[in-house]
Design a protein around this ligand. Sequence first.
Ligand code: VG1
Ligand code: CO
Length: 560
Amino acid sequence: LNIVTVNTNPYEGQKPGTSGLRKKVKVFLQDNYTENFIQSILDANKGSLEGCTLVVGGDGRYLVKEVVDKIIKICAGNGVAKLLIGQNGLLSTPAVSCIIRKYKTLGGIVLTASHNPGGIDNDFGIKFNCSNGGPAPDATTNHIYQLTTTIQQYKIVPDLVCPVDDIGVQTFKVANREFVVEVIDSVRDYVDYMKEIFDFPKIRSLLQGSEHRKPFKVLIDSMSGVTGPYVRRIFVSELGAGEDAVRRVTPLQDFGGAHPDPNLTYAADLVNEVKNGDYDFGAAFDGDGDRNMIIGRDAFFVTPSDSLAVLAAQLHRIPYFARVGVRGFARSMPTAAAVDRVARKLGKEMFEVPTGWKYFGNLMDAGRLSLCGEESFGTGSDHIREKDGVWAALAWLSVLADSGASVEETLLRHWREFGRNYFARYDYEECAAEPCARMMRDLEEKITAPGFVGSSLSSGDRRYSVQAADNFSYKDPIDGSVATGQGLRVVFADGSRLVLRLSGTGSAGATVRLYAEAYEPAEAGRRRCVVTHAMPCSRCWTSPCISHSCITTPAGTAPL
Ligand code: VG1
Ligand code: CO
């Protein structure tokens, strides 16, 4: 087979954002658009390509299979020795990370726009992960971007035919060199790893119940994303949960027309089923399987920031951590600071990084970080270098199996011990970019002007005095790299915060995110009704609470 060099011209705007290059499918369909970006990824790795192995897979959305085919042909044209590809092009984001690490490959290419809708009129994305299994750091993505601005040609083997429907090894001769494509079982390596991390028999007996204990009923929702086969293998085959314990476990190119984002809005179906049915636990995952939502009986909602804090406090219940020990904790800057209180109590190091999982990798590689999370339904640990939805659900089930408590009891106990960080996020999507940028500049000027720090703001009967305000910047403690302009934050004396930033994952226009956090110490409990609270109710996550009449108790919230 021959390598063909094709002349091309650069496209503007191929700059990876928070998590890879995300655009509308139709943008990727332009002549050479996708080829240019793939070639630029490979060029950024020039010098390491010869003899290397790369992992390739995606979340099953529209265009994944076509782009897998392009990647195969362009990798063959650039001296890559071997590709490990998930069957049918399917690999969850955490599975890619797991496989890169297990087989010590040079990296991987993940095809996903995560929780964004799929289909010809919606989104697609391409992300490069490095040899540690994590999303490429800023230096690498900037390098890739630079290359896209000057690209003149790409190399491809147009006649190479390599179907990915069946597991097995295919060998090709490309310009006198051997090129190997191994199509692998999408779930096996990941499931094997989960069985090392968690005590599956213990979770199984929780779910099945015993003479003395009712079965613990779960409902797991894959939202027609890539986790379907993983969920089926783990929850049905391994943990014996039964077919009625899982929903939407067939990956669909358009996610059934839904928005595969596991939160109270887009996973409302699951929330209602758990609320109206006899379930002790519900979980949902996003399109590519790295996000998770956890709810308890009666759809008791666990905020991602609380989920991180609870797991941090109870990591000893998970065999992996009992074995390897617990190092520090971390969260992204907008994530509520509940976990910080756990770190303080346990005497662990605590890191606050910019939004995006790529900022956790160095700390993990340096052995300083065990558990981290983001308010955007991301939770994970140093078992891999991506956030991991299915892992988070298994972590929760491990904690509950060991403690014997329900989800709600677990949260109430946590708040009783640490107090509670109320949290809300508002998203303003597809706004015009220029006025948003101007607003951010104006606001930055206001909050950094002399006199703002030390002033006070009020809401209801509360006064908040401004302790600090800035545009967040982060210096990586391991390699010293600096990320600036990561979001405006106003920090109040009692630890409450307001954060405003522009999203880096949107495929069109600008998205503004406003995050609000207010801390209530445990002893402040009985002071007032959650209905009139500025922050949302723990059960319905709306403010004011519309479906529950809540009062605060020293423990948190309880129905009237
Ligand atoms: C969003 C979230 C961020 C997350 C990122 C990727 O980014 O806020 O916490 O890491 O998505 O998640 P942004 O820049 O739009 O706020 V995923 O599951 O889309 O890979
Ligand atoms: Co995702």
